[in-house]
Design a protein around this ligand. Structure first.
Ligand code: NAP
Length: 216
């Protein structure tokens, strides 16, 4: 059983991570801006107030935990630019304050920086709308930052090109920096199977200090 502090528990992906963690017997503290938004009730769930952009809030949430998970998002493009890399920096600063006692960090990333079969990156595709490019590059900037960090045990998990609520099959494929695609060239994962992969990584760490991606 791991003690997990979870930022973003009210979100599309974070709520699946919360459910998967609880179903597998982990103890979760949901760190949210508005506790009233957490409808889930479970003996292993505690809800506390916090803001991922406040390093002191991260330190407080992380103290005594095994893992901090961040599944935060910023809504639209400008919101992501104001949230994702700043959150990465706040998470790392907040964890550094705990020194050797700091838990590991597992953060939800983005697909934009992944390599495509033609050798380009997802964000190089023609015709992508500006808001989506902003979201992709917000995650790319956060990943660039994580890659400079060696004193905090971080893992960044990029979803497939498309992630949406769906079925929990319990199976998935992973890669490091290459987009996972199916036989039709499509890249997708259900939010439920993404959560399975994230909790698997917590239970059996394989990617400390690197990014990996999950597809079906
Ligand atoms: N294919 C892809 O690469 C792909 C696709 C989808 C999503 N994603 C990424 O996955 C992440 C999660 O996406 P999602 O769709 O689950 O997002 P979402 O439904 O919009 O949820 C975002 C969560 O972040 C929380 N949050 C935002 N700012 C916060 C702050 N300052 N402190 C604490 N919590 C904060 C929100 O809490 P409140 O309830 O307080 O607002 C909410 O729980 C995003 O970063 C998104 O870009 C990637």
């Amino acid at each position: 059983m791991a003690k997990i502090a979870l930022f973003g528990a009210t979100g599309t992906i974070g709520s699946r991570v919360l459910r998967e963690a609880l179903d597998r017997g982990h103890q979760v503290t949901a760190v949210v801006r508005d506790p009233a938004k957490v409808t889930e009730q479970h003996p292993n769930l505690t809800v506390t107030t916090g803001d991922v952009l406040d390093p002191a809030s991260v330190t407080e949430a992380a103290r005594g935990r095994d893992v901090v998970v961040s599944a935060v998002g910023g809504g639209d493009g400008p919101g992501h630019l104001a949230t994702i890399e700043p959150a990465a920096k706040s998470l790392v600063e907040g964890l550094r304050a705990l020194g050797d006692e700091a838990p590991r960090l597992v953060a939800v990333g983005g697909a934009g920086s992944l390599r495509t079969p033609d050798g380009k990156q997802v964000w190089d595709a023609e015709g992508l709308p500006e808001f989506l490019l902003q979201i992709m590059h917000a995650h790319g900037d956060a990943l660039d930052f994580y890659r400079t960090v060696s004193d905090v045990r971080w893992t960044n998990i990029s979803p497939a090109g498309l992630i949406e609520p769906g079925e929990r099959t319990g199976t998935y494929r992973t890669a490091l920096d290459d987009l996972v695609v199916d036989a039709d060239g499509k890249s997708r994962i259900s939010a439920e199977d993404y959560a399975v992969a994230l909790i698997d990584e917590i239970e059996t760490p394989k990617h400390v200090g690197e990014r990996f991606t999950v597809g079906d």
